[in-house]
Design a protein around this ligand. Sequence first.
Ligand code: P1T
Length: 411
Amino acid sequence: MSDHSNLRIASQVIHAGQHAEPVTGAVMPPIFTSTTYAQESPGVHKGFEYSRSHNPTRYALERMIACLEGSNISEDTDASCGGFAFASGLAAMATALELIDAGSHIISMDDIYGGSNRLLQKVRQRTQNLDIDFVDLTDESKLRSAMRPDTAMLWVETPTNPTLKIVDIARVAQIAHEVNPKCLVVVDNTFCSPVNQRPLEHGADIVMHSSTKYVNGHSDVVGGILVTGKPELAERIRFLQNAIGSVMGPFDSYLTLRGLKTLDVRIRRHNASALRIAKHLEASELVDRVVYPGLESHPQHSVYKKQMEATGGGGTGMITFFIKGGLEPAKAFLETVSIFTLAESLGGIESLIEHPAIMTHASVPPEQRAVLGIDDALIRLSVGIEDCDDLIADVDRALEAASAKMGAMAG
Ligand code: P1T
Protein backbone atom coordinates (compact mmCIF):
# COMPACT_ATOMS: atom_id res chain seq x y z
CA MET A 1 0.00 0.00 0.00
CA SER A 2 1.37 3.43 -0.85
CA ASP A 3 1.69 6.05 1.89
CA HIS A 4 -1.18 8.50 1.69
CA SER A 5 -0.23 10.60 4.71
CA ASN A 6 1.20 13.39 2.51
CA LEU A 7 -2.06 13.86 0.54
CA ARG A 8 -4.56 16.60 1.29
CA ILE A 9 -7.61 15.43 3.21
CA ALA A 10 -9.97 15.62 0.18
CA SER A 11 -7.73 13.02 -1.50
CA GLN A 12 -7.15 11.02 1.66
CA VAL A 13 -10.89 10.41 2.14
CA ILE A 14 -10.87 8.54 -1.18
CA HIS A 15 -7.55 6.68 -0.94
CA ALA A 16 -6.09 6.57 2.58
CA GLY A 17 -5.37 3.06 3.80
CA GLN A 18 -7.05 1.51 0.75
CA HIS A 19 -5.64 -1.09 -1.60
CA ALA A 20 -7.26 -3.23 -4.26
CA GLU A 21 -8.55 -6.57 -3.00
CA PRO A 22 -5.68 -9.03 -3.67
CA VAL A 23 -7.66 -11.90 -5.29
CA THR A 24 -9.94 -10.02 -7.71
CA GLY A 25 -8.54 -6.50 -7.80
CA ALA A 26 -11.89 -5.10 -6.58
CA VAL A 27 -11.46 -1.38 -5.95
CA MET A 28 -13.97 -1.23 -3.09
CA PRO A 29 -13.42 -3.86 -0.39
CA PRO A 30 -15.91 -6.73 -0.52
CA ILE A 31 -18.20 -7.18 2.49
CA PHE A 32 -16.49 -10.15 4.14
CA THR A 33 -19.29 -11.84 6.07
CA SER A 34 -17.44 -15.03 6.99
CA THR A 35 -17.14 -15.40 10.75
CA THR A 36 -14.13 -17.69 10.48
CA TYR A 37 -11.14 -18.43 8.22
CA ALA A 38 -9.55 -21.71 7.12
CA GLN A 39 -6.14 -22.54 8.60
CA GLU A 40 -3.48 -24.66 6.84
CA SER A 41 -2.22 -26.11 10.08
CA PRO A 42 -3.18 -25.17 13.67
CA GLY A 43 -2.21 -21.50 14.11
CA VAL A 44 -0.99 -21.15 10.49
CA HIS A 45 -3.26 -18.77 8.55
CA LYS A 46 -3.30 -15.67 6.37
CA GLY A 47 -3.61 -13.23 9.27
CA PHE A 48 -7.33 -13.82 9.74
CA GLU A 49 -8.71 -16.28 12.29
CA TYR A 50 -12.09 -15.17 13.59
CA SER A 51 -14.12 -12.15 12.56
CA ARG A 52 -14.42 -10.47 15.97
CA SER A 53 -10.63 -10.29 16.06
CA HIS A 54 -9.91 -9.61 12.37
CA ASN A 55 -12.20 -8.60 9.55
CA PRO A 56 -10.87 -7.26 6.22
CA THR A 57 -13.84 -4.94 5.57
CA ARG A 58 -13.58 -3.45 9.05
CA TYR A 59 -9.82 -3.09 8.64
CA ALA A 60 -10.32 -1.05 5.43
CA LEU A 61 -12.52 1.43 7.32
CA GLU A 62 -10.23 1.45 10.37
CA ARG A 63 -7.13 2.19 8.27
CA MET A 64 -8.93 5.02 6.48
CA ILE A 65 -10.13 6.82 9.62
CA ALA A 66 -6.73 6.26 11.30
CA CYS A 67 -4.99 8.04 8.42
CA LEU A 68 -7.57 10.87 8.34
CA GLU A 69 -7.04 11.50 12.05
CA GLY A 70 -3.28 11.69 11.46
CA SER A 71 -2.13 8.42 13.02
CA ASN A 72 1.25 7.59 11.51
CA ILE A 73 1.23 3.94 12.56
CA SER A 74 2.08 1.78 9.54
CA GLU A 75 0.13 -1.27 8.51
CA ASP A 76 3.24 -3.36 9.27
CA THR A 77 3.17 -2.20 12.89
CA ASP A 78 -0.60 -2.48 13.39
CA ALA A 79 -2.98 -4.17 10.94
CA SER A 80 -5.45 -1.27 11.12
CA CYS A 81 -2.90 1.53 11.62
CA GLY A 82 -4.22 2.45 15.10
CA GLY A 83 -7.89 2.81 14.05
CA PHE A 84 -10.65 0.72 15.67
CA ALA A 85 -14.35 0.49 14.83
CA PHE A 86 -17.10 -0.37 17.31
CA ALA A 87 -20.82 -1.09 17.36
CA SER A 88 -21.66 2.46 18.55
CA GLY A 89 -20.03 5.63 19.83
CA LEU A 90 -20.82 4.59 23.38
CA ALA A 91 -19.30 1.14 22.77
CA ALA A 92 -16.11 2.94 21.66
CA MET A 93 -16.20 5.09 24.80
CA ALA A 94 -16.89 2.08 27.04
CA THR A 95 -13.87 0.31 25.55
CA ALA A 96 -11.65 3.38 26.02
CA LEU A 97 -12.67 3.50 29.69
CA GLU A 98 -11.36 -0.07 30.09
CA LEU A 99 -7.85 1.34 29.52
CA ILE A 100 -7.92 2.66 33.08
CA ASP A 101 -8.10 0.63 36.29
CA ALA A 102 -10.98 0.35 38.74
CA GLY A 103 -11.00 3.25 41.21
CA SER A 104 -9.14 5.62 38.87
CA HIS A 105 -9.58 9.38 38.94
CA ILE A 106 -10.96 10.80 35.70
CA ILE A 107 -11.70 14.38 34.71
CA SER A 108 -14.43 14.91 32.14
CA MET A 109 -15.52 18.05 30.33
CA ASP A 110 -18.67 19.20 32.12
CA ASP A 111 -20.78 19.60 28.98
CA ILE A 112 -20.79 16.28 27.08
CA TYR A 113 -23.40 14.20 25.23
CA GLY A 114 -26.10 13.02 27.68
CA GLY A 115 -25.39 9.34 26.95
CA SER A 116 -21.66 9.80 27.63
CA ASN A 117 -22.53 11.48 30.92
CA ARG A 118 -24.89 8.58 31.76
CA LEU A 119 -22.21 5.96 30.98
CA LEU A 120 -19.81 7.73 33.35
CA GLN A 121 -22.19 8.58 36.20
CA LYS A 122 -24.80 5.84 36.10
CA VAL A 123 -22.66 2.89 35.01
CA ARG A 124 -18.90 3.23 35.44
CA GLN A 125 -19.06 5.07 38.75
CA ARG A 126 -20.83 1.94 40.10
CA THR A 127 -19.11 -0.88 38.17
CA GLN A 128 -15.59 0.58 37.86
CA ASN A 129 -15.71 2.73 41.00
CA LEU A 130 -14.43 5.68 38.93
CA ASP A 131 -13.82 8.90 40.79
CA ILE A 132 -15.16 11.45 38.29
CA ASP A 133 -14.81 15.24 38.31
CA PHE A 134 -16.84 17.18 35.75
CA VAL A 135 -14.89 20.35 34.97
CA ASP A 136 -15.35 23.26 32.59
CA LEU A 137 -12.19 22.70 30.56
CA THR A 138 -12.48 26.07 28.84
CA ASP A 139 -11.10 27.45 32.13
CA GLU A 140 -7.46 26.33 32.54
CA SER A 141 -7.35 27.23 36.22
CA LYS A 142 -10.22 24.82 36.93
CA LEU A 143 -8.32 22.01 35.18
CA ARG A 144 -5.15 22.84 37.11
CA SER A 145 -6.96 22.58 40.44
CA ALA A 146 -8.75 19.35 39.48
CA MET A 147 -5.68 17.49 38.10
CA ARG A 148 -3.95 15.04 40.44
CA PRO A 149 -0.68 13.13 39.96
CA ASP A 150 -2.75 9.96 39.59
CA THR A 151 -5.46 11.33 37.24
CA ALA A 152 -5.72 8.48 34.75
CA MET A 153 -7.85 10.03 32.01
CA LEU A 154 -8.97 13.43 30.72
CA TRP A 155 -12.20 13.11 28.73
CA VAL A 156 -12.61 16.05 26.35
CA GLU A 157 -15.49 16.76 24.01
CA THR A 158 -15.03 19.75 21.72
CA PRO A 159 -17.11 21.46 20.48
CA THR A 160 -19.37 20.22 23.24
CA ASN A 161 -22.84 18.78 22.84
CA PRO A 162 -25.03 20.80 23.05
CA THR A 163 -23.61 24.17 24.15
CA LEU A 164 -20.72 24.15 21.62
CA LYS A 165 -18.02 25.21 24.07
CA ILE A 166 -14.55 24.87 22.54
CA VAL A 167 -11.72 23.34 24.57
CA ASP A 168 -8.11 24.22 23.69
CA ILE A 169 -6.85 20.67 23.14
CA ALA A 170 -3.14 21.58 23.05
CA ARG A 171 -3.39 23.49 26.36
CA VAL A 172 -5.38 20.89 28.29
CA ALA A 173 -3.23 18.02 26.96
CA GLN A 174 -0.10 19.91 28.00
CA ILE A 175 -1.43 20.62 31.50
CA ALA A 176 -2.65 17.02 31.98
CA HIS A 177 0.63 15.52 30.77
CA GLU A 178 2.69 17.91 32.92
CA VAL A 179 0.91 16.70 36.06
CA ASN A 180 0.78 13.04 35.00
CA PRO A 181 2.66 12.04 31.82
CA LYS A 182 0.63 8.81 31.79
CA CYS A 183 -2.77 10.55 31.87
CA LEU A 184 -4.67 9.52 28.73
CA VAL A 185 -6.14 12.51 26.94
CA VAL A 186 -9.15 11.38 24.90
CA VAL A 187 -11.01 13.77 22.58
CA ASP A 188 -14.53 13.09 21.32
CA ASN A 189 -14.29 14.63 17.82
CA THR A 190 -17.85 13.77 16.77
CA PHE A 191 -18.99 17.38 16.12
CA CYS A 192 -16.08 18.12 13.78
CA SER A 193 -14.93 15.04 11.89
CA PRO A 194 -11.24 14.98 10.90
CA VAL A 195 -11.93 17.48 8.11
CA ASN A 196 -12.54 20.23 10.69
CA GLN A 197 -10.30 19.11 13.56
CA ARG A 198 -7.54 16.55 14.16
CA PRO A 199 -6.95 16.24 17.93
CA LEU A 200 -3.87 13.96 17.69
CA GLU A 201 -2.02 16.86 16.03
CA HIS A 202 -2.75 18.94 19.15
CA GLY A 203 -1.40 16.40 21.65
CA ALA A 204 -4.38 14.10 22.36
CA ASP A 205 -3.55 10.42 22.93
CA ILE A 206 -6.81 9.05 21.53
CA VAL A 207 -9.59 10.39 19.28
CA MET A 208 -13.10 9.05 19.62
CA HIS A 209 -16.08 9.38 17.26
CA SER A 210 -19.70 8.51 17.22
CA SER A 211 -19.38 7.55 13.53
CA THR A 212 -23.19 7.48 13.53
CA LYS A 213 -22.79 11.22 12.80
CA TYR A 214 -20.55 13.03 10.26
CA VAL A 215 -18.13 10.13 9.64
CA ASN A 216 -20.85 7.94 8.11
CA GLY A 217 -23.02 10.94 7.36
CA HIS A 218 -26.19 9.30 6.07
CA SER A 219 -28.11 8.51 9.28
CA ASP A 220 -28.19 4.81 8.46
CA VAL A 221 -25.43 3.24 10.58
CA VAL A 222 -24.81 3.37 14.34
CA GLY A 223 -21.09 3.09 15.00
CA GLY A 224 -18.06 4.30 16.94
CA ILE A 225 -14.35 4.84 16.36
CA LEU A 226 -11.16 5.10 18.40
CA VAL A 227 -7.85 6.21 16.84
CA THR A 228 -4.42 6.51 18.40
CA GLY A 229 -1.06 7.40 16.90
CA LYS A 230 0.88 5.54 19.62
CA PRO A 231 1.77 1.90 18.82
CA GLU A 232 1.78 0.86 22.50
CA LEU A 233 -1.75 2.25 22.99
CA ALA A 234 -2.91 0.69 19.71
CA GLU A 235 -1.82 -2.70 21.04
CA ARG A 236 -3.81 -2.20 24.24
CA ILE A 237 -6.91 -1.02 22.36
CA ARG A 238 -6.64 -3.95 19.92
CA PHE A 239 -6.56 -6.33 22.89
CA LEU A 240 -9.61 -4.66 24.49
CA GLN A 241 -11.57 -4.45 21.21
CA ASN A 242 -11.21 -8.21 20.84
CA ALA A 243 -11.55 -9.07 24.54
CA ILE A 244 -14.73 -7.00 25.02
CA GLY A 245 -16.07 -7.69 21.55
CA SER A 246 -18.32 -4.71 20.77
CA VAL A 247 -17.01 -4.56 17.20
CA MET A 248 -18.57 -2.96 14.12
CA GLY A 249 -19.99 -5.55 11.72
CA PRO A 250 -18.84 -5.90 8.09
CA PHE A 251 -21.99 -4.41 6.48
CA ASP A 252 -21.80 -1.36 8.74
CA SER A 253 -18.05 -1.05 8.10
CA TYR A 254 -18.68 -1.08 4.34
CA LEU A 255 -21.42 1.56 4.55
CA THR A 256 -19.33 3.78 6.83
CA LEU A 257 -16.34 3.56 4.47
CA ARG A 258 -18.66 4.43 1.57
CA GLY A 259 -19.94 7.42 3.55
CA LEU A 260 -16.42 8.56 4.43
CA LYS A 261 -15.47 8.90 0.77
CA THR A 262 -17.67 12.00 0.47
CA LEU A 263 -16.73 13.43 3.87
CA ASP A 264 -14.80 16.40 2.51
CA VAL A 265 -17.51 17.56 0.08
CA ARG A 266 -20.28 16.98 2.62
CA ILE A 267 -18.48 18.88 5.37
CA ARG A 268 -17.83 21.87 3.10
CA ARG A 269 -21.56 22.23 2.48
CA HIS A 270 -22.52 21.60 6.14
CA ASN A 271 -20.06 24.29 7.26
CA ALA A 272 -21.01 26.90 4.65
CA SER A 273 -24.76 26.56 5.23
CA ALA A 274 -24.39 26.50 9.02
CA LEU A 275 -22.36 29.73 8.98
CA ARG A 276 -25.06 31.43 6.87
CA ILE A 277 -27.88 30.19 9.09
CA ALA A 278 -26.01 31.12 12.29
CA LYS A 279 -25.58 34.71 11.00
CA HIS A 280 -29.23 34.79 9.95
CA LEU A 281 -30.39 33.70 13.43
CA GLU A 282 -28.00 36.15 15.11
CA ALA A 283 -29.67 38.98 13.17
CA SER A 284 -33.17 38.01 14.40
CA GLU A 285 -34.65 39.94 17.29
CA LEU A 286 -36.57 36.81 18.32
CA VAL A 287 -33.33 35.07 19.24
CA ASP A 288 -31.49 35.77 22.48
CA ARG A 289 -28.14 34.21 21.63
CA VAL A 290 -26.57 32.06 18.91
CA VAL A 291 -23.61 29.82 19.66
CA TYR A 292 -21.57 28.83 16.61
CA PRO A 293 -17.74 28.45 16.43
CA GLY A 294 -17.40 30.50 13.22
CA LEU A 295 -19.18 33.54 14.72
CA GLU A 296 -16.98 36.22 16.24
CA SER A 297 -19.38 36.35 19.17
CA HIS A 298 -18.43 32.77 20.18
CA PRO A 299 -16.67 32.95 23.59
CA GLN A 300 -13.81 30.72 22.38
CA HIS A 301 -13.64 32.10 18.82
CA SER A 302 -9.85 32.55 19.11
CA VAL A 303 -9.39 28.87 20.05
CA TYR A 304 -11.58 27.95 17.08
CA LYS A 305 -9.29 29.91 14.77
CA LYS A 306 -6.20 28.22 16.13
CA GLN A 307 -7.48 24.66 16.40
CA MET A 308 -10.28 24.03 13.92
CA GLU A 309 -10.44 24.27 10.14
CA ALA A 310 -13.22 26.54 8.88
CA THR A 311 -13.45 24.43 5.68
CA GLY A 312 -15.67 26.73 3.69
CA GLY A 313 -17.75 27.92 6.65
CA GLY A 314 -17.54 27.93 10.43
CA GLY A 315 -16.00 24.60 11.46
CA THR A 316 -19.12 22.45 11.97
CA GLY A 317 -22.70 22.04 10.81
CA MET A 318 -23.99 22.29 14.39
CA ILE A 319 -25.67 25.46 15.73
CA THR A 320 -27.13 26.07 19.15
CA PHE A 321 -29.43 29.01 19.84
CA PHE A 322 -31.64 30.34 22.62
CA ILE A 323 -35.05 31.56 21.54
CA LYS A 324 -36.77 34.40 23.42
CA GLY A 325 -39.69 33.43 25.64
CA GLY A 326 -38.61 29.90 26.71
CA LEU A 327 -40.40 26.59 26.23
CA GLU A 328 -43.64 27.58 24.43
CA PRO A 329 -42.02 29.59 21.60
CA ALA A 330 -39.31 26.90 21.39
CA LYS A 331 -42.01 24.25 20.91
CA ALA A 332 -43.76 26.37 18.29
CA PHE A 333 -40.47 26.64 16.39
CA LEU A 334 -39.76 22.90 16.65
CA GLU A 335 -43.30 21.97 15.54
CA THR A 336 -43.33 24.36 12.57
CA VAL A 337 -40.13 23.47 10.71
CA SER A 338 -40.76 21.11 7.82
CA ILE A 339 -37.37 20.61 6.13
CA PHE A 340 -35.56 20.23 9.46
CA THR A 341 -36.81 16.97 11.00
CA LEU A 342 -37.50 16.99 14.73
CA ALA A 343 -35.28 14.09 15.78
CA GLU A 344 -32.28 13.12 17.90
CA SER A 345 -28.86 12.63 16.30
CA LEU A 346 -26.86 14.86 13.96
CA GLY A 347 -24.25 14.95 11.24
CA GLY A 348 -26.34 13.40 8.46
CA ILE A 349 -27.04 14.89 5.05
CA GLU A 350 -30.59 15.81 6.11
CA SER A 351 -31.18 18.71 8.50
CA LEU A 352 -32.29 17.79 12.01
CA ILE A 353 -33.51 19.87 14.91
CA GLU A 354 -33.98 18.96 18.56
CA HIS A 355 -34.61 20.17 22.10
CA PRO A 356 -31.70 18.89 24.28
CA ALA A 357 -33.38 19.47 27.67
CA ILE A 358 -36.27 17.15 26.72
CA MET A 359 -34.52 14.89 24.22
CA THR A 360 -30.75 14.12 23.99
CA HIS A 361 -29.74 15.46 27.41
CA ALA A 362 -32.72 14.35 29.53
CA SER A 363 -30.36 11.84 31.22
CA VAL A 364 -28.15 14.66 32.56
CA PRO A 365 -29.27 15.42 36.15
CA PRO A 366 -31.45 18.62 36.16
CA GLU A 367 -29.08 20.47 38.58
CA GLN A 368 -26.15 19.81 36.20
CA ARG A 369 -28.27 20.90 33.20
CA ALA A 370 -29.05 24.18 35.00
CA VAL A 371 -25.34 24.86 35.63
CA LEU A 372 -24.53 24.11 31.98
CA GLY A 373 -27.28 26.37 30.65
CA ILE A 374 -29.17 23.56 28.90
CA ASP A 375 -32.50 25.24 29.44
CA ASP A 376 -35.95 25.20 27.80
CA ALA A 377 -35.05 27.98 25.35
CA LEU A 378 -32.12 26.05 23.87
CA ILE A 379 -32.61 24.60 20.37
CA ARG A 380 -29.97 22.56 18.54
CA LEU A 381 -29.70 22.45 14.76
CA SER A 382 -27.79 19.95 12.66
CA VAL A 383 -27.60 21.71 9.31
CA GLY A 384 -27.79 19.28 6.38
CA ILE A 385 -26.74 19.66 2.77
CA GLU A 386 -30.10 20.72 1.28
CA ASP A 387 -30.28 24.04 -0.59
CA CYS A 388 -29.47 26.67 2.03
CA ASP A 389 -32.14 29.11 0.78
CA ASP A 390 -34.79 26.46 1.46
CA LEU A 391 -33.39 25.94 4.95
CA ILE A 392 -33.44 29.67 5.69
CA ALA A 393 -37.05 29.91 4.49
CA ASP A 394 -37.91 27.03 6.83
CA VAL A 395 -36.21 28.80 9.77
CA ASP A 396 -38.09 32.03 8.95
CA ARG A 397 -41.48 30.25 8.96
CA ALA A 398 -40.64 28.71 12.33
CA LEU A 399 -39.51 32.09 13.73
CA GLU A 400 -42.86 33.58 12.68
CA ALA A 401 -44.69 30.78 14.51
CA ALA A 402 -42.55 31.36 17.61
CA SER A 403 -43.25 35.09 17.39
CA ALA A 404 -47.01 34.47 17.18
CA LYS A 405 -46.75 32.27 20.30
CA MET A 406 -44.80 35.02 22.13
CA GLY A 407 -47.50 37.54 21.11
CA ALA A 408 -50.29 35.24 22.35
CA MET A 409 -48.44 34.74 25.67
CA ALA A 410 -47.99 38.50 26.13
CA GLY A 411 -51.62 39.17 25.22
O1 P1T B 1 -25.10 7.23 19.66
P1 P1T B 1 -23.71 6.67 19.66
O2 P1T B 1 -23.19 6.30 18.33
O3 P1T B 1 -23.50 5.60 20.68
O4 P1T B 1 -22.74 7.89 20.09
C1 P1T B 1 -22.84 8.54 21.32
C2 P1T B 1 -22.30 9.93 21.22
C3 P1T B 1 -21.02 10.20 21.64
N1 P1T B 1 -20.49 11.44 21.56
C4 P1T B 1 -21.19 12.47 21.06
C5 P1T B 1 -20.57 13.83 21.00
C6 P1T B 1 -22.49 12.27 20.60
O5 P1T B 1 -23.16 13.32 20.09
C7 P1T B 1 -23.08 10.98 20.69
C8 P1T B 1 -24.47 10.72 20.26
N2 P1T B 1 -25.27 11.88 20.20
C9 P1T B 1 -26.60 11.91 19.86
C10 P1T B 1 -27.33 10.83 19.58
C11 P1T B 1 -27.22 13.26 19.85
O6 P1T B 1 -28.31 13.46 19.28
O7 P1T B 1 -26.62 14.19 20.42
